[in-house]
Write a protein that binds this ligand. Sequence first.
Ligand SMILES: Nc1ncnc2c1ncn2[C@@H]1O[C@H](COP(=O)(O)OP(=O)(O)OP(=O)(O)O)[C@@H](O)[C@H]1O
Ligand SMILES: O=P(O)(O)OC[C@H]1O[C@H](OP(=O)(O)OP(=O)(O)O)[C@H](O)[C@@H]1O
Length: 236
Amino acid sequence: MMLKLGVPSKGRLMDKTFAWFATHGLTLQRTGADREYAGSVEGVDGVELVLLSASEIPRELAAGRIHLGVTGSDLVRETLADWQAQVAELALMGFGHADLVVAVPKAWVDVETLDDLDAVAAAFRARHGFRLRIATKYHRLVREYLRAHGVADYQLVDSQGATEGTIKNLTAEAIADITSTGETLTANHLKILRDAPVHCSQATLFASRAADWRGVAETRARLFGKLGLGDVPGLE
Ligand SMILES: Nc1ncnc2c1ncn2[C@@H]1O[C@H](COP(=O)(O)OP(=O)(O)OP(=O)(O)O)[C@@H](O)[C@H]1O
Ligand SMILES: O=P(O)(O)OC[C@H]1O[C@H](OP(=O)(O)OP(=O)(O)O)[C@H](O)[C@@H]1O
């Protein structure tokens, strides 16, 4: 049986993931044709590379179809209910940093914090007869965050991309999205609320708690040794 390692097949996390494993003496490679999703791992026997979209890796880990997976910490927290019961966080990889933030139009001079947003949201509902709309694809994380901060008078509207544009398009009044340079927010005349971000994300190596670890015990020991990982309880 092979130990399956899921890594992003393209996009912003792929190259740095390969570089991170290289610093631990493991060569990850895409093989085959340019557009073929096949790969190999050199440096430790018994490991199979599985190339996946970063956003699919949390589900594959939860299902136990891969033993290990690299993806953004935001995607695991958003995709998996009670994520710590389903995966173990093995290593923060130090790249792919991005903050999930709540942002509002710069023109809202009275709104700098979540408390301000809460006050505006109540007034908005009274005036318009519907709740202030916050566009996001991070439904779970944003709901938990707003509940924890006592903001109640809002509705989430789903936005799977170009979220910063929803305000100009009049489909939302505020947004919650990931940002790294902040350029997209600035270009769309938005400002981040002063409170701590919903989540500070980075690329992370996760282990599945549902995968069959017994059949790959020797490979696991060799691989964890190379990666400098100690024993992780609960992987069986
Ligand atoms: N502007 C950004 N800067 C840095 N990291 C970002 C940025 N936007 C998103 N990310 C992070 O990148 C990860 C998602 O990567 P990416 O967009 O390549 O994957 P994806 O959603 O699976 O895309 P696709 O489905 O198109 O392959 C998330 O963890 C997210 O936090
Ligand atoms: O802070 P910045 O460096 O400007 O980056 C932020 C942007 O990057 C991500 O979008 P992505 O490129 O993944 O496109 P998307 O809108 O399709 O999600 C995110 O959703 C923001 O729109």
